[in-house]
Write a protein that binds this ligand. Structure first.
Ligand SMILES: [Zn+2]
Length: 162
């Protein structure tokens, strides 16, 4: 197994602690086979709840299982149960910060598509924003308590060896 780290960066406007809204959040990643280097034709999705049977290797189940269309090898990935997603803080604004780790066998994730429902908090007001959905890569709202516009844009993911 290879442990991969996904780091994310974002431009936060007057908010902090940007993180998936729920434990069953569906992550969308690009993926490639490390045996033949073929990329999966589609963005794939996986979450921390659902597990699927694995036919090879030591593990019986994994959060994502894929049989490569090119070399036909089976590969899989498992979230590290002990490390939930780390909220992206305003302290990291515009810079990459560690987000999640995933154990992979026979595959590597290559990209992040930040769709789905996230949440964040007003920096000074503490106002919770619990339904942050990015449209065209952006989210904008207004913090009534702080009387300031809030927003998130410029999200990027970067995979590396943990
Ligand atoms: Zn392959």
């Amino acid at each position: 197994m290879v442990r991969l780290l996904l780091s994310i960066k974002a431009d936060l406007e007057n908010v902090t602690d940007f993180v998936p809204a729920a434990h069953d959040f569906e992550f969308f990643f690009g993926v490639k086979c490390t045996s033949c280097h073929e990329h999966h034709p589609r963005i794939v999705s996986l979450n921390r709840i659902e597990e699927h049977p694995v036919s090879t290797g030591k593990d019986n189940t994994a959060h994502f299982v894929w049989r490569c269309g090119h070399c036909k090898r089976e590969s899989y990935a498992k979230f590290d149960a002990s490390s939930p997603p780390r909220p992206y803080s305003v302290d990291a604004n515009g810079n990459f910060a560690p987000f999640i780790t995933v154990d992979c066998r026979g595959l590597e994730f290559t990209s992040l598509d930040p769709r789905g429902t996230w949440r964040c908090t007003g920096v000074d007001s503490g106002t919770p924003f619990t339904e942050v959905v990015l449209e065209g890569g952006e989210w904008v709202d207004y913090d009534e308590k702080a009387k300031k516009p809030v927003g998130i844009s410029g999200i990027e993911g970067k995979w590396s060896r943990a």
